[in-house]
Design a protein around this ligand. Structure first.
Ligand SMILES: Nc1ncnc2c1ncn2[C@@H]1O[C@H](COP(=O)(O)OP(=O)(O)OP(=O)(O)O)[C@@H](O)[C@H]1O
Ligand SMILES: [Mg+2]
Length: 755
């Protein structure tokens, strides 16, 4: 987290452009501060965009085809339909006054240009702010060339960074002159200045200047003016590189294969060997952090290291020169393959919320790893295994479309009749079925089942029955669903896989309840919840509670059904699960209508319709009838005006307000903000925890004792019923997301300043 310096003129100019043009692009050489300026601007203009300011960091997007997915994800769109991603984007943004910040477009410049062009054509209320080394070159684009810092701002930046290296550093007499000259040598490029200031750990400003003169003098043979800015930064980076130890240089180069961040463990495994032992990595990382090459960050309470774009590119070039690029990309892939393989069996366990948070943080790296499997020969099988192991991740994060994309691509690349392929086919079919894309799912499922049969792969065969049964259930062929799900259940049991059996069982119970076999269904539901409890599992349990609530309601137990929905909604908190929420709210609407609270029911119906729309899904087949009947009854019971008003009100609720409305027993004042179980101080601290700050950092930021901070965090955990800080982070982000759709995460601004 570093301070922001100067740029008043550019900020004013950019604001002016943004008020007049639909697309504004900040251009300039690497490291000049485009990203930082854009973030600052976004922060300043937030209020003008009621539908939010959304940051899309494109540095981690190495595959152009994933651009649209990355944007959708940044917008937190949880669309589960099979529609094209661009169409979904447009529909979600329609009529919304939002600002989209596309950061570091140069990677995927032509795709960015095309996307920006299409978006602004379709969406008159949308504005786009882009940062890029080149302009997008589209109609209506306004360009602001970001200049280097003027002398006084450059000196201020140097001094501020110097103070973090040397406490008590001040600009006095001779030092001031040296610093001014250093900044001039470095053309006022912020990144170059930051790198130079890091040298104060060992050199005085005068010495830094002397060495810069030597280095740049050599390069330009005395004529400073001949040195283009791009070259200045390169030279500065080159100098930083030359001053690194051999091991630091190696690690820098190797770390460049990571998409957007590296955890220490990953660095120890992927970047060690041949010159650095795993035990040495931590010291080497420390050295690189000291030199401002690696930037330390915390996400979801995990420390990560990141390379700024220009620095990463420099490292990548060195890696290529060393001839280690392919090897490192493979090792990177291997690491994430192992991570994903570990997550798969542990997903249904007490670590679920943590896995969920971790996989989300590592998404950029996972994509790069999958991309390696797609682009390198003979690697597709490993990719298939990864993409299939991520099955529940794709489902829980509503990334059905992206999951299918990887699976389809990899399945077409590796057609060998292996067990991995059989499983990948079934997972692919499962994702398609969840999108109600039965036409695509059918043949894929058949191929998968046939292959699993030939290979005598009992587990995948059980899975294929499960998926086919799920398809039958969603498609409302209940008798068939019962047979298939019953068989898959038995097969899973036979294989000792209790958790998968419980999942099949939940669908089986749903089908049986619809066929009128209530006792049997209730017993199966209970059993299923018991298995989740035994595993310490929450996500799936929340679904089990919801559907068992539907069954309870169908046999006339409205209060039991209601209680089950409430519990289900509470369990969903760490997962930001809109599909699950939609299902719960749906059921609550039916119950409310039945109890004669028609206005409240109409409001819930309006809200849920909106929610379904945001997920892009029609209701699952077996829910649609109830929905239609409920809506009709409520409409009949209320005057047309009242009904429409209530539906309209419901549709306008934020996610938080909706949860509030659903969780409350009485129907009054749905617009009120969701009451938080936390006190104001606790909420403030939870916010800092969510930003990844340690107790010590929180104590420093709020000027309280560390022990007090610790006690607060303990209280927060106890109140929310959580075990880890990561869960607090997920919960907070869900709340803030629900309350105001603003999502600019300036990585570097101090948290208290923006709070
Ligand atoms: N006005 C500023 N105040 C403080 N720090 C700044 C400022 N401008 C840039 N920096 C710092 O300089 C470094 C480079 O800035 P930034 O990443 O924004 O450059 P960029 O132009 O986006 O580079 P690239 O082309 O590589 O993406 C960062 O560490 C950033 O925090
Ligand atoms: Mg940038």
């Amino acid at each position: 987290m570093t301070s922001f310096v100067g740029r008043r003129r550019e900020l004013a100019e950019a604001r002016r452009l943004l008020s007049a043009a639909r697309v504004v692009t900040l251009t300039g050489v690497g490291g000049v501060g485009k990203t930082r300026l854009a973030m600052r601007l976004a922060d300043e203009v937030r209020r003008a965009f009621p539908a939010g300011v959304w940051l899309v960091d494109l540095t981690a997007v190495e595959t152009p085809e994933l651009l649209v997915h990355a944007v959708g994800e940044a917008l937190e769109i949880q669309d589960r339909s099979a529609r094209p991603a661009l169409q979904v984007l447009v529909e979600n943004l329609r009529g919304k006054q939002a600002l989209l910040l596309l950061d570091n477009c140069e990677h995927v410049i032509s795709e960015c240009a095309e996307l920006a062009d299409r978006l602004v054509r379709h969406l008159p209320d949308l504005r786009i702010l882009a940062t890029s080394r080149q302009t997008l070159g589209i109609a209506g684009e306004q360009v602001l060339h970001v200049p280097t810092l003027p002398s006084d701002e450059a000196v201020q930046l140097f001094a501020e960074r110097a103070q973090t290296v040397l406490r008590g550093f001040t600009l006095t007499g001779a030092d001031r002159r040296s610093v001014e000259l250093i900044c001039a040598r470095l053309d006022g490029i912020p990144l170059a200045i930051e790198l130079a200031s890091a040298r104060l750990r060992v050199l005085s400003p005068a010495q830094v200047l002397e060495r810069l003169d030597d280095r740049f003098g050599l390069l330009t043979t005395g004529s400073r003016t001949a040195l283009p800015r791009r070259q200045t930064l390169r030279e500065m980076i080159g100098w930083s590189h030359a001053l690194c130890t051999k091991q630091e240089q190696l690690l820098w180069a190797r770390a460049s294969v990571f998409a957007d961040g590296i955890e220490l463990e990953a660095a120890e495994e992927v970047c060690s060997g041949d010159g650095i032992s795993p035990e040495e990595v931590i010291d080497v990382v420390t050295g690189l952090v000291d030199k401002s090459i690696l930037i330390r960050e915390e996400h979801a309470h995990r420390v990560r290291y990141r390379l700024l774009e220009t620095i990463k590119q420099y490292g990548r070039e060195r890696l290529r020169e060393l001839g280690q690029e392919e090897e490192l990309r493979r090792r990177h892939r291997d690491w994430f393959h192992r991570l994903v393989a570990r997550a798969e069996p542990e997903w249904f366990g007490p670590g679920q919320a943590e896995w969920f948070a971790l996989l989300r943080v590592e998404q950029g790296n996972i994509r790069v790893a999958l991309d390696f499997c797609v682009t390198e020969r003979h690697e597709a099988r490993s990719g298939l295994s990864m993409a299939a192991a991520l099955c529940y991740y794709w489902i829980a994060t509503s990334s059905l479309r992206e999951g299918r994309r990887w699976l389809d691509l990899l399945l077409s690349l590796d057609t060998a009749p292996t067990a991995v392929r059989a499983k990948a086919l079934i997972v692919d079919a499962r994702l398609a079925i969840l999108q109600s894309d039965f036409a695509s799912a059918g043949p894929v499922l058949r191929d998968g089942r046939a292959l699993a049969g030939r290979l005598d792969d009992a587990r995948t065969l059980a899975m294929s029955m499960h998926v086919e049964g799920l398809g039958a259930l969603i498609d409302q062929d209940l008798p068939r669903a019962v047979i298939l799900l019953g068989t898959s259940c038995k097969r899973y049991e036979h294989l000792g896989d209790r958790m998968s059996a419980a999942i099949s069982q939940m669908y089986l119970a749903t089908a049986q309840s619809y066929l009128g076999d209530h006792d049997q269904a209730a017993a199966l539901f209970d059993d299923c919840v018991a298995v989740c409890d035994a595993h310490g599992e929450l996500w799936f349990k929340s679904y089990a509670l919801c559907v068992s609530g539907i069954a309870a309601w169908r046999v006339g137990d409205a209060s039991g059904a209601h209680a089950l929905q409430l519990e289900s909604i509470r369990l969903k908190r760490p997962f930001n699960d809109r599909l699950g929420l939609a299902m719960c709210v749906e059921v609550m609407a039916w119950i409310t209508a039945e109890q004669g609270e028609n206005e409240r029911a109409a409001r819930l119906l309006g809200a849920v319709a909106n929610l379904w729309k945001s997920i892009g899904g029609p209701l699952f087949g077996y829910l649609t009838d109830h929905h239609a009947r409920c809506e009709e009854a409520v409409r009949r019971a209320l005057p047309a005006r009242t009904f429409d008003d209530a539906v309209h009100k419901g549709a306008g609720l934020s996610l938080a307000a909706l949860i509030e409305l659903a969780l409350r027993e009485d129907a009054a004042a749905p617009e009120a903000a969701e009451p938080s179980p936390l006190t104001r101080r606790e909420a403030e601290i939870a916010e800092l925890v969510a930003r990844g700050m340690s107790n010590k950092e929180i104590a420093a930021a709020l000027v309280i004792a560390q022990r007090t901070a610790e006690a607060h965090v303990e209280h927060i955990l106890a109140k929310l019923g959580f075990k880890s800080r990561a869960q607090i982070a997920v919960w907070m982000s869900e709340r803030s997301r629900a309350q105001r759709p603003i999502s600019v995460h300036d990585r570097t601004d101090p948290p208290v300043a923006t709070a």
